[in-house]
Design a protein around this ligand. Sequence first.
Ligand code: NAD
Ligand code: MG
Length: 402
Amino acid sequence: MNPVTKQQPAGGQTLYSDHRKRIALFGSTGSIGTQALEVIEANPDKFRVAILTGHSNHELLIEQALKFQPAYVVIVDQEKYLKVKDALSGTSIRVMAGEQSLEDAASLDIYDMMLAGIVGFAGLKPTLKALEGGRAIGLANKETLVVAGDIVMRKAVEKRAPVIPVDSEHSAIFQCLVGETRNRIEKIVLTASGGPFLGKKPNYLVNVKREHALQHPNWNMGAKITVDSATLMNKGLEMIEAKWLFNLRPEQIQVVVHPQSIIHSMVQFEDGSIKAQMGLPDMKLPIQYAMAFPMRIPNQFPRFDFSKSAQLAFEPPDIKTFRNMALATEALYKGGNLPCILNAANEIAVYGFLRNRIGFLDMTEVIERTMLNIPFISDPSLEEYFESDAEARNFAASIIQI
Ligand code: NAD
Ligand code: MG
């Protein structure tokens, strides 16, 4: 990496002559997006913002744009376009609106890395466009790999575009694999906090409401992934994400519940040796690791303190109670379009649960019925993934009448 030279112009503003990595931050108004901006703000000599995108929170998007001065912003919700445009009219920032603009922005030759922080299936198309242009991806948006991992990873290899995980478990595995290119993985162990309902049984879960499910013990995240953590679907999606990122067979992927979230995941090699990556839970760490890879950036984040006594506990996940993880495991083993169907049904089910249309346990039923209903395709094309996604959404929505 080239050194950065700072110049202090007469106006007082610092200019960087400029080897900084240009970041296209997709989903900048979300939990990952705002934390990525904190990392960028703390490291102005290493990163600058090229693109910001948000779905509908125009106030925050405008505030971010004025502060970080990207070349482009995208507001997906077209009704907010004029508000954003007006607010940024005195600047050189270009404003685009609508879903297609995400792909148009991803195709621009103005950035080095896309930080993929959009939630859900909506992140897939812009990420594919970024890979098409050979851009590096810092991948938080796990649904992209769940839906079409084969196509995404093939494109990344073809374009020699690195896909660096941001999801904390996958970042942990990625970090454990540094220096191990010649060594085979026996298995990986994904750690799960267990979420807010660890140890609970169906007779409790049946009455759980949105407010309970949104109280995660260790992580502060967007609503969808917080519900996925409460149902253990998140871990199921992460198993599928890991399969594609690290080219693993399903049998090589194990999940263990580790309520303290200090070990972020582990790799067991062929000699039985296990490497773990540890630290206090803070998403800014995997975010900055992905953005700065292969460098580590010094920071003042709180440290895990071994001088205080602490217990690290492990137990198997209760997939009889948290059946979403069993459904995701089935999709992992069967492959084809089944993970795509699982993901689409889950997005609808979570949407329904967050709007109090269905109960906590109903989510599993919606997903299971959708997986049984939509025709299986063993080796889908990209178009077939899109079709399966749409069919699964329609079917799941019809069950819960939204
Ligand atoms: P969030 O809900 O806080 O933010 C989502 C972002 O995506 C927002 O900027 C929103 O405007 C944008 N968005 C939502 N729907 C969109 C659409 N249809 N089109 C375009 N943009 C849209 O979510 P988050 O918690 O930041 O999670 C983002 C992704 O990162 C998810 O895939 C999640 O699984 C993954 N992830 C998050 C965390 C975390 O700590 N938050 C940890 C690991 C992985
Ligand atoms: Mg995770």
